[in-house]
Design a protein around this ligand. Structure first.
Ligand SMILES: *[C@@H]1O[C@H](CO)[C@@H](O)[C@H](O)[C@H]1NC(C)=O
Ligand SMILES: [Cu+2]
Length: 172
């Protein structure tokens, strides 16, 4: 019985990953206008749903702008000095590898302050397969917990494998 449960958990994680990969969307930031001044990126984000595995494509003349990823505070302060990453190649692709908000600014002086910045929030899309076996184990006698351990380990390994698959996709 525990073996069956473990298989179900594994299938669940594998299925979730497959679904996430299959539905990956590529967003061209600013659409036809691209990454430039005079575009309202707050409005551009509005109404869009970003999911784990989706990709952002920034198109811009490489000498004129940068795609600089920063933390939340630096996003609001338009400060690129402590950047997480910086690119000015003219074509910057960013894969949204996990849930949470990511912040991008243009680090050319004056550009961010007049609106050349983008905050994208990725929906919390983590699979919850550990939840039921763990809470079931916690609620039952210690003897039952022993049989639950291999299931939890399997789920963790499966989750790690799924993360690995996502990471590989991110590198494509
Ligand atoms: C970025 O993504 C676009 C659209 O998917 C693709 O055409 C382009 O080759 C990618 N650029 C890089 C540097 O990977
Ligand atoms: Cu700029």
């Amino acid at each position: 019985m525990p073996k069956t449960l473990a298989r179900v958990a594994l299938l669940f994680v594998a299925g979730y990953t497959a679904a996430a990969l299959a539905s990956a969307t590529t967003f061209v930031v600013g659409d036809d206008k691209g990454w430039t001044m005079g575009v309202d990126y707050v409005a551009w984000v509005r109404g869009k749903t970003f999911e784990v595995g989706d990709k952002l494509v920034f198109n811009y003349p490489g000498t004129e702008h940068t795609v600089t990823e920063v933390g939340k505070n630096d996003y609001f302060a338009c400060a690129g000095g402590d950047a997480l990453s910086n690119d000015r190649s003219g074509s910057t692709n960013v894969t949204l590898v996990g849930p949470g908000t990511r912040y991008f600014i243009c680090d050319i002086p004056g550009h961010c302050t007049i609106g050349m910045r983008l905050a994208v929030t990725v929906a919390g899309g983590e699979p919850p397969p550990v939840a039921s076996p763990t809470s079931a184990a916690a609620a039952s006698a210690p003897a039952t917990q022993h049989t639950m351990v291999p299931i939890v380990v399997t789920v963790v390994v499966a989750a790690a494998a799924a993360t690995g698959a996502l990471t590989k996709l991110a590198l494509l």
